[in-house]
Design a protein around this ligand. Structure first.
Ligand code: FAD
Length: 380
C-alpha cells in the first residue's frame, strides 16, 4: 500500500476489500466461465456509497475523487476485472452528467446512478473505428420536439443492462466542413433505443459488451449535455480521465493478483525438495511482477491526484493506461510461466488474469493511441 494514501483512503480500501472478499472473490471464476454480469451488485455497491465516489454529496455521491474511485476499481479488479469494467463504465455516464449536465439533469439522475437504482452506459465507438472519434455516422438532428437520434454503436460496455445512456453523434459541420459532435442523454425507457449483438469476449467476461442501436429515438429539448457541438470535448474529457484511469486501476488490480498468486503458488509448490520461491530464477520473476505493480500503481495514483487537485491529467493518464495494461499482460504471462503446467489449468485464476489483461488493452483507447497522446504532449 502506498505511503501517500491518507488515513481515510486507507480506511476506504479496507472497507471495499471486505465487501469484495464477501461479494466478489468467491464468484469471480463462475462469472467468467458463464460470461455473466452480476448486475444486482450495482445496488450493493450503491448502498455502500461506492458508485458516486467522485460526485458531491448534494447529488447523492461521496464527495471524494478519482483517486478513491481508482482504489475501488483496483480492489474489485483484483478478483473480477469484468465486474470492475462494468462499474467503471457506469461511472462514465455519471461523470458526463456531473461534469456537463444541467442542474435539472444532475438533480434528476445523479442520486439514482449513485445508489445503483439505475445503471449507466456511454456509447461513443462506431463501426468506423473507435480511434477515429470525429467520424461518427450517428446523427443528432434538431426537430420541433427536441432532438432525433439515429445510429449504431459497437463494443459498448453495459449495452444490455444500462437503463440510462449517454450517446455522442454528429449534429452538424463547422466552417471547414468537419463534423461537429454533440453528447445527448437518453432517459430510461426511451422508445427506439435497443441493445443489439452481444459480444463473446476473450476476457473481462463479468461485463456485457455489445451493440447499442438508436432508431428514431426522440429526445427532449433539454437533453444535450454541455453545448451543441461540444460532444467531442465531453467524450475526450470523460474517457481521457474517468475511462482510462479506470482501465488503469483494473490493470493495477490484475498486477497485484499476479504477484499474490505467484507468491502463494510458489510457497505451496515443492520442487527439488523445497518451495518453488527458493529458486533464484523464480524470485526474479516475482520481482519483475512486483516492480511492474509498484510502478503502475505509483503512476496511477500520481495521475489521479493531479486530476483531483483540479488539473488536466489526460497525458499522464494515457501514459499509465499504456504502461499498466501492457505490464499486466507481461506479468500474467510470467506468473503462468512460473507455475509450469498448473499455469494453464483453469482451476487457477492466472489464465483469466491474462485474458482480462489482454481485453483491457483496447478498451478506452489502444496502446498506439495512448502513445500518440503521450508523444503529442511531450513534443508540445
Ligand atoms: C472490452 C471493451 C469494452 C469497451 N467499452 C466501450 C464503451 O463502453 N463505450 C465505447 O464507446 N467504446 C467501448 N469500447 C471500444 C473501445 O474504446 C475501442 O475498441 C477502441 O477505442 C479502439 O477502437 P477500434 O476497436 O474501433 O479500433 P480501431 O480504431 O479500428 O484501431 C485499429 C488499429 O489501428 C490503430 N490506430 C488507429 N488510429 C491510429 C493512429 N492515429 N495512430 C496509430 N495507430 C492507430 C489502433 O491502435 C489499432 O491497432 C470497448 C472496447 C472493448 C474491447
Amino acid at each position: 500500500m502506498f505511503e501517500f494514501f491518507n488515513e481515510d483512503q486507507k480506511m476506504l480500501r479496507s472497507v471495499i476489500r471486505e465487501l469484495v472478499d464477501k461479494e466478489v472473490a468467491p464468484y469471480a471464476a463462475e462469472w467468467d466461465e458463464k460470461d455473466h454480469c452480476p448486475k444486482e451488485l450495482f445496488k450493493v455497491f450503491g448502498e455502500q456509497g461506492l458508485l458516486g465516489l467522485f460526485v458531491s454529496t448534494e447529488y447523492g455521491g461521496a464527495g471524494l475523487g478519482l483517486t478513491e474511485r481508482a482504489i475501488m476499481l483496483e480492489e474489485v479488479a483484483r478478483h473480477s476485472a469484468g465486474l470492475s469494467i462494468a462499474l467503471m463504465t457506469h461511472d462514465l455516464a455519471t461523470a458526463c452528467i456531473y461534469n456537463f449536465g444541467t442542474e435539472e439533469m444532475k438533480k434528476e439522475w445523479l442520486p439514482k446512478l449513485c445508489s445503483g437504482e439505475l445503471i449507466g452506459g456511454l456509447s461513443v465507438t462506431e463501426p468506423t473505428g473507435g480511434s477515429d472519434l470525429g467520424n461518427q455516422a450517428t446523427t443528432i438532428e434538431k426537430n420541433d420536439a427536441g432532438y432525433l437520434l439515429n445510429g449504431r454503436k459497437v463494443f459498448i460496455t453495459n449495452a444490455h443492462i444500462a437503463d440510462l445512456n449517454v450517446w455522442t453523434g454528429t449534429s452538424g459541420v463547422n466552417e471547414k466542413g468537419r463534423k461537429l459532435l454533440s453528447a445527448i442523454l437518453i432517459p430510461p425507457g426511451t422508445p427506439g433505443l435497443s441493445a443489439g449483438r452481444k459480444e463473446n469476449k476473450l476476457g473481462l467476461r463479468g461485463s456485457v459488451t455489445g451493440d447499442t442501436i438508436a432508431k428514431d429515438v426522440q429526445c427532449g429539448p433539454d437533453s444535450i449535455l454541455g453545448k451543441m457541438g461540444g460532444g467531442a470535448g465531453i467524450a475526450l474529457h470523460t474517457i481521457g480521465h474517468f475511462g482510462r484511469s479506470g482501465m488503469s486501476a483494473i490493470a493495477v488490480g490484475i498486477l497485484r493478483g499476479t504477484v499474490e498468486e505467484a507468491v502463494k503458488f510458489g510457497k505451496e509448490r515443492i520442487i527439488y525438495g523445497k518451495p518453488l520461491v527458493k529458486v533464484p530464477v523464480i524470485q526474479l520473476m516475482i520481482a519483475e511482477n512486483q516492480i511492474d505493480y509498484e510502478a503502475a500503481s505509483a503512476m496511477l495514483y500520481n495521475a489521479t491526484a493531479i486530476y483531483d487537485r483540479g488539473e488536466d491529467a489526460i497525458p499522464r493518464i494515457a501514459a499509465v493506461k499504456y504502461f499498466s495494461t501492457e505490464a499486466a499482460v507481461r506479468a500474467a504471462r510470467r506468473t503462468m510461466d512460473l507455475m509450469g503446467g498448473y499455469g494453464v489449468m483453469n482451476e487457477y485464476p492466472v489464465g483469466r488474469f491474462l485474458r482480462d489483461a489482454l481485453a483491457n488493452i483496447p478498451s478506452g483507447g489502444t496502446s498506439q493511441i495512448m502513445k500518440v497522446i503521450v508523444a503529442g504532449n511531450a513534443i508540445k
